[in-house]
Design a protein around this ligand. Structure first.
Ligand code: GTR
Length: 340
């Protein structure tokens, strides 16, 4: 009896295998003879952060969704850790189609599309929720679409928390404490103006050069969110961190317009949707890592100063608002009105 069952099982299993092989052969011959397989499209995405950083995790999720929804026909290769260059140089390459996608901070992007300054003004948002209300409103989409004349297709937003100052000289407890400090900023005119408005000396510099500049004393400090302060190890060489939260600067994923124009309308839509659908994943990864970073920096014994009141910082930055063009002033007013 047992033997008979085993025999039947073996027969069934081999039949199953034959069937599976048959299927493979069938689809194989279908691909190669009747209808040639569609060619795989391989696209590259540049990311400044390392592979385990939350924005990079968001990039991988975007790539995964595109791969899954196109049945592997469109492959997005993510290059983390500045392998394809520093942000400004990467944006230039995306502009002329040498790199297909990048995830960047909107600060360096504003050199290519100056309206983006309106989205990263100091103390613009009441809190994180307000920023997300804006980005998820038609205003957010208008910003994404506004990149086309500069040669980009804006795809999606990622979280980047709030940026604050850190330095290796002394705790910053008031605007006066910033006076004369050499502070690294992203390659953005607005960020230069922001640091100068506080009486410090702005030093624009690519992200990857900041650690050694801090270590060798070329600069006294920089500004960033918890995850970047931690993941870059800047916290090891600049131990004073003041939570002034001067800006919330959204991260953005952009595509080269040259790349997108070569794709079918359906593929363009698939990519746009996948990018938007990767946002929740990144926002969750961000929240998790922000906590990990803060805990690690505090455990390291860094001196963290929580400003009881940031009104003096806010007042010092008013000249930046006064300098905005009438159009951007209007956009700022629209942003402020969201959720009120
Ligand atoms: C980070 C941001 C990076 C880069 C960096 C910088 O917060 O995620 O894309 O812009 O700041 O300060 O250069």
């Amino acid at each position: 009896m047992k033997k008979t069952i085993v025999f039947i099982l073996v027969v069934l299993l081999s039949a199953g295998m034959l069937f599976a092989n048959g299927q493979a052969d069938k689809s194989g011959s279908k691909d190669t003879k009747a209808e040639p397989a569609q060619e795989q499209i391989v696209l590259r995405l540049a990311e400044t952060h390392p592979a385990d950083y939350p924005t990079t995790k968001g990039d991988y999720e975007f790539a995964r969704l595109v791969g899954e929804r196109s049945n592997g026909r469109i492959k997005i290769e993510v290059y983390p850790g500045r392998q394809l260059g520093e942000e400004k140089a990467v944006i230039e390459q995306v502009q002329f189609g040498a790199i297909d996608f990048t995830r960047v901070s909107i600060s360096p992007l504003s050199a290519f599309s100056p309206n983006f300054d309106a989205l990263q003004m100091p103390y613009l948002y009441r809190n994180a929720e307000h920023m997300w209300q804006v980005l998820n409103s038609p205003i957010g989409d208008e910003f994404l679409n506004s990149l086309e004349p500069a040669g980009f297709v804006g795809l999606s937003w990622f979280d980047s928390g709030a940026r604050s100052f850190y330095n290796s000289v002394h705790p910053i407890k008031s605007v006066a404490d910033l006076k004369g400090l050499k502070i690294r900023v992203q390659q953005s005119a607005l960020m230069v103006g922001l640091v100068e408005a506080l009486g410090a000396v702005a030093t624009p510099m690519p992200f990857g050069e900041v650690y050694s500049a801090l270590q060798t004393g070329v600069i006294d400090g920089a500004e960033n969110n918890w995850p970047s302060y931690y993941s870059t190890s800047h916290y090891e060489v600049a131990k004073y961190y003041t939570l002034d939260e001067h800006t919330r600067v959204p991260e953005i994923t952009i595509a080269s317009k040259i790349t997108m124009d070569k794709l079918s309308k359906e593929d363009q839509e698939l990519i746009k949707k996948a990018a938007k659908d990767s946002m929740d994943f990144q926002i969750k990864a961000w929240a998790d890592y922000e906590k990990v970073a803060e805990d690690a920096v505090r455990a390291n014994g860094n001196e963290i100063y929580e400003l009881p009141d940031n009104s003096a910082f806010q007042a010092a930055m008013q000249p930046l608002y006064d300098k905005l063009s009438p159009q951007l002033k209007e956009v700022v007013a629209k942003i402020r009105a969201v959720g009120k």
